[in-house]
Each structure stands twice: as C-alpha cells, then as structure tokens.
Design a protein around this ligand. Structure first.
Ligand code: IMP
Ligand code: MG
Length: 183
C-alpha cells in the first residue's frame, strides 16, 4: 500500500541528540552505584535505546520486550500482545523501561502491570515522546524527552506501516484519510 505522505520535521537530529544526552545524565545520576536493567520496547524504542545506553554511566544490562498492538493503522486499541519476552529475570532487580512514545498510554499501562507482577525491586519509565493530549497528562513518566503535538509521527524508531523507522529525525506525516480507514 502506498502512502501519499508528506513529512514535516518536528524534532531535528541535533535536538534529539542533545536531549538524549540530558536524559542519560539524569538516569546515570539517579542510579549511581546500582546495577540495573534497561528494557527497550520493540520495535519502536530500538533507536532511542541504542543512543541512550551509549551515554549511560554505570552498570547496566540491556533487554528487550517485543510487543505488537492490534487495531487500526494509527490508533492504539490497548490490546497488546507480547511477541518476544525478556531474556533476563527481573525479580529483585531495578528496572528502567525505555519506550518511544506515549499516546493513549494503553500499551504502557499493560506492560507496566505485566512487568510489575514479576516483582522487580523498582520499576521506572523513560519515554522519549509524550503526545500533548489531556487523557495521559496524569500518566507518570520518570524521564521524559519531549512533549509533542498530537499528530502521527515517524522516524527515530517510529513507523507508519513499518516504514520510516530509520529516519534520524522525527517528523509528522500527513496521512491520506482513505488509507487510515482501511485499517
Ligand atoms: P498507546 O498505547 O496509544 O500509548 O500507543 C503506544 C504505541 O503506539 C507506541 O509504542 C507506538 O508504537 C505506537 N504509536 C503511537 N503514536 C504513534 C505515532 O505518532 N507514530 C508512530 N507510532 C505511534
Ligand atoms: Mg508502531
């Protein structure tokens, strides 16, 4: 299926990179002297996670949780399927979840409940982007990169139908409404 998409840059490579370094500094400070597990949520967080971990000072292990959410092309339904589970046990460990974007919050709500049932010592959340919508204003995020407009975004790990993940910047994509409603 083709998109007649147009991209409008929302965050440049440089803006992202300097914010990622700031987040890494805050995380390194807070976890000083602790060993902890960083859990990247696939696929979207793979670029962010790769950049973030390279600026963390401390004793970390990396793991990944693969999820897919069912539903329309661009709307989350809250029905989340774990497609690939963690390889490390997280019981009695300090865990930091790394996610690309908080939209409705349904995906993260499900995942945090799932991870917390495995009894980690602590469970914190680092999210690169939070959409500026009232519904998730109260959703607690420990480390937040940016608040972004409520538009559909691609790049830096984010996809539209599995495309655009490789872009080094984050852009809003103009979607053809007729394609969206076919989801
Ligand atoms: P939520 O469950 O609505 O918070 O959606 C979270 C998931 O939906 C993210 O992990 C992304 O994979 C995807 N998502 C939400 N908004 C966007 C977007 O603007 N672009 C690309 N993917 C998105
Ligand atoms: Mg996605």
């Amino acid at each position: 299926m083709k998109t007649k998409g147009k991209l409008e840059i929302i965050l440049t490579e440089k803006e992202i990179s300097s914010r990622v370094k700031e987040l890494a500094r805050a995380i390194s400070n807070d976890y000083q002297g602790k060993s902890f597990i960083m859990v990247g949520i696939l696929k979207g967080a793979f670029v962010f996670m790769a950049d973030l971990v390279r600026h963390i000072k401390g004793d970390i292990s990396c793991d990944f949780l693969g999820v897919s959410s069912y539903g329309a092309l661009t709307k989350s339904t809250g029905v989340v399927k774990i497609t690939s589970d963690l390889t490390l046990p997280i019981k009695d460990r300090d865990v930091l979840v790394v996610e690309d974007i908080l939209d409705t919050g349904l995906t993260l709500k499900y995942l945090l409940e799932n991870l917390s049932s495995r009894n980690p010592t602590s469970l914190k959340l680092c999210v690169l982007l939070r959409k500026d919508i009232p519904e998730t204003r109260d959703f607690h995020v420990d480390y937040l990169g940016f608040t972004v407009p409520n538009r559909f975004l691609v790049g830096y790990g984010l996809d539209y139908q599995e495309r655009y993940r490789h872009l080094p910047y984050i852009a809003a994509i103009q979607l053809d409404e007729s394609l969206e409603s076919q989801g």
